[in-house]
Design a protein around this ligand. Sequence first.
Ligand SMILES: [Zn+2]
Length: 138
Amino acid sequence: MIKNMLSSNPSRYDIEDCSACGKKIIFHPTIAPNHNIIWRKSFTALQETLEFWSPVYNIHCRHSCPGKFTRTSNLNEHIIIELDIRHQKNLKKSLKCSLGEFPTTMYLGPRNQATKFEYRLAGVVEYLPGHYIAHCIP
Ligand SMILES: [Zn+2]
C-alpha cells in the first residue's frame, strides 16, 4: 500500500549513470535497514543500520547491458523505513520491540560524506493481524 501511494514521492532515489545505456532514476518508496545489525543490537541501532555509500562506482549494469554504472543515492525530505525485521527470511514472526527503542532523531546520509541530514521520528505504524495501528509522535 505504501509503495503504491508514495511511488511519486519516494524515500530515496538513486541515479544510475551507465557507460553504455545512459542514465536511469530508480525510486525507492521505502528504505530498508540492515536486518542483521538490528537483530544483534535492537532498534536503538537504527541509524547505524541505514548508513549507505554514495556514490558507488563500477557496478555491472543489470539491464542486460555490458556497461558499468555509477550509483548516486539521495534521501528525500521524509523517509519511510520498512521494519519487518527477520533474522532469516523463513521466520514467521518479525522482531518485536517497544516504541521507546526507536531513536527520535537520526542523522542520515552517505557514510563517505560528512554532511548528514537530520530526520525526526514522526510516527510508527504497527501491523497486527487484520489491522494497522498508527503511533504518532507529538
Ligand atoms: Zn547499462
